[in-house]
Write a protein that binds this ligand. Structure first.
Ligand code: GLP
Length: 262
């Protein structure tokens, strides 16, 4: 795992967008794992700008979103499919049949999850998985005590997670569905590269637990410590409680891999 600290949330989002763009340019048929949440909005806005102004094309990419609420129609303003369409897919050149989403209205949710895993395998696996972190330490909707080898499945959401998503439901946390489908922690760990982005002081405590704390199902993002290629991009506010800040800064300033991004 490596941690890159940027001065502001905007700069963190821009760097994350550059890492994704670099992946897509070097492998135009990349399979991207995508995430939702407020942190992601500036990343998708920057990627959209790069598509418009710098010729970045997603025409040969496939995408798999991490998670979706159960029971919402795809055009509901709170559904992640609708959020992704409005904020990203409708602004870039990715073909509709390259966009993969869990269907939270499927009659057989277990079969839906199995089919999603099969679709990921059929595409050759995920090259780059973008991730946010929930205030309870979740990745995707892998709430505390999700098995660290879990696969795509149904999960009950914590009240904290429902509150975190209330902005998509007119600020009413009770309106946020109580259950969701999510890629499992084990599914996420199989992607070839993980990119976790966290910004803001409200993420500082849980980020330090995930990055520097013990690997525990209580904080499912801590499982990323097991991943051979995981990059964590944060702003100064989210980095506040990290013990290794000086070392992380040295790595970013000196390792040749990061030269094009400095
Ligand atoms: C939701 C998503 C997570 C995401 C989290 C972060 O709960 N299911 O995948 O990491 O939001 O949200 P935010 O960026 O708004 O803090």
């Amino acid at each position: 795992m490596e941690v890159i600290i940027q001065p502001t949330a905007d700069e963190a989002a821009h760097l994350a967008a550059r890492v994704i763009a670099h992946e897509v340019r070097s492998r135009p048929n990349s399979v991207l794992g995508l995430a939702t949440g407020r942190t992601m909005e500036a990343i998708y806005a920057r990627l959209t700008e790069m598509h418009r102004n710098e010729g970045l094309s997603f025409a040969r990419c496939h995408t798999f979103n991490l998670d979706e609420f159960i029971g919402l129609p795809p055009d509901h303003p709170g559904s992640y499919r609708k959020v992704m369409t409005d904020r990203f897919f409708s602004h870039v050149d990715i073909p509709a049949d390259h966009i993969h989403f869990l269907n939270g209205q499927a009659a057989d949710l277990t079969a839906e999850c199995e089919a999603y895993e099969a679709a990921i395998r059929l595409c050759g696996g995920i090259h780059l998985q973008l991730l946010g972190i929930g205030r309870d330490g979740h990745i995707g909707f892998n709430e505390p005590l999700s098995a660290l080898q879990s696969r795509t499945r149904e999960k009950a959401l914590t009240p904290a997670t429902r509150r975190q998503n209330a902005f998509l439901f007119g600020g009413r946390w009770e309106a946020v569905p109580a259950r969701a489908l999510t890629m499992g922690v084990g599914t996420i760990l199989e992607s070839r590269r993980c990119l976790l982005v966290a910004t803001g002081e409200e993420k500082a405590y849980i980020l330090a637990q995930a990055v520097e704390g013990p690997i525990t199902a209580w904080v499912t993002a801590s499982a990323l410590q097991l991943h051979p290629r995981c990059t964590v991009i944060v702003d100064e506010a989210a980095a506040e409680q990290l013990r290794g800040k000086d070392y992380y800064r040295w790595i970013f300033e000196n390792e040749p891999e990061w030269a094009p991004f400095r």
